[in-house]
Design a protein around this ligand. Structure first.
Ligand SMILES: Nc1ncnc2c1ncn2[C@@H]1O[C@H](COP(=O)(O)OP(=O)(O)OP(=O)(O)O)[C@@H](O)[C@H]1O
Length: 290
């Protein structure tokens, strides 16, 4: 597979208003091939979101990228000169699905207005109908109801809202999507639906790679073909998912994996008894006494 991403020697530092310097990402390099889902794992504060924001070109003060290069499809940009990176790269080459995106959507905007805003930010001349047609086509392609466009955010379930914001953030067919904790606030079936949709989007070449930021290792096992583990601003180990899970080398990766809660064997076998299937034939309505 051709190389999709080559990020080299990224260092990002937060310069806080109180004069502190907090190193968020310390000389990190990562590579991805086309079609990869790279899981970025690590405990809270290890630098996952910072790295995600730098690679997706959404880093803002107080975060300053001191050095680093980002190459997509072999075209390199100097990350320490954000202003020098062509505007078209944001959204169309790399796109960000920020943490908690579904809750930061304005409650008074319909999904259709959000679609138009996002598309207009990229192409000031785009007509509303054109933007909505693109979103409608995308919803149809991914088997989601087009009426979602007419909804206000609160009218959508959490899972549907997250799938819709994912679709909106990829309307420009970015080469790479950075998704920050996209499944954290979802129940298990909505997590599965989102993961299936992301994989379908890759298959349909809506984008060509995903960086999936999460501290949820079981989720990464199902979605990522490669995992990079961060610790204190550095990538301490990376490799194919099965190798990382079955045979981790770095003590921190081992510690992270062993911190995943797995039920004791005797509890793992216990199944919760669900409601029995309703048998229409043998069902007798209770007598109503007058
Ligand atoms: N706005 C900020 N100002 C100062 N320091 C920050 C800021 N945001 C993050 N940091 C620091 O940068 C480091 C990396 O944080 P980051 O949010 O990237 O970690 P993370 O692995 O994504 O954590 P989480 O899983 O909790 O989101 C931490 O030490 C954090 O305290």
């Amino acid at each position: 597979m051709a190389e999709l991403l080559n990020a080299q020697n990224i260092r990002g530092v937060y310069y806080t208003p109180t004069g502190q310097e907090v190193v968020g990402v310390d000389d990190v390099s990562i590579q991805m091939a086309e079609g990869d889902v790279l899981g970025l794992a690590g405990e809270s504060g290890s630098g996952k979101s910072t790295l995600g924001s730098i690679i997706s070109l959404t880093a803002r003060p107080p975060l300053v990228v001191e050095h680093g290069t980002l190459a997509i499809d072999g075209k390199a940009q100097d990350l320490s000169d954000m202003a020098g990176i062509p505007r078209t790269w944001r959204g169309a080459v790399v796109s960000m699905l920020p943490q908690g995106a579904m809750n930061s959507v304005s409650p008074t905007m319909r999904v259709r207005d959000l679609v138009f805003d996002v598309m207009k930010a990229h192409d000031g001349k785009i007509k509303k109908d054109e933007a909505l047609d693109r979103a409608r086509d995308r919803l149809v392609t991914l088997g989601l109801p087009t009426r979602a466009l007419d909804a206000y955010p609160h009218q959508l379930s959490g899972g549907m809202k997250q799938r819709v914001v994912t679709i909106i953030s990829t309307l420009l067919n970015p080469r790479l999507l950075v998704a920050d904790e996209p499944t954290s606030a979802l129940d298990v079936s909505s997590q599965k639906a989102l993961i299936e949709m992301l994989l379908e989007m890759l298959e349909k070449e809506i984008m060509s790679g995903v960086i999936f930021v999460t501290h949820d290792l079981p989720v990464l096992r199902t979605v990522a073909n490669r995992i990079a583990v961060m610790y204190q601003g550095k990538v301490v180990e990376s490799g194919p998912t099965n190798v990382m899970v079955d045979d981790p080398e770095h003590p921190y990766t081992r510690a992270l994996l062993s911190s995943v809660l797995t039920p004791e064997p005797k509890y793992a076998k216990i199944r919760i008894e669900g409601m029995r299937a309703f048998d229409r034939e043998s069902f007798k309505a209770p007598e109503v006494k007058h």
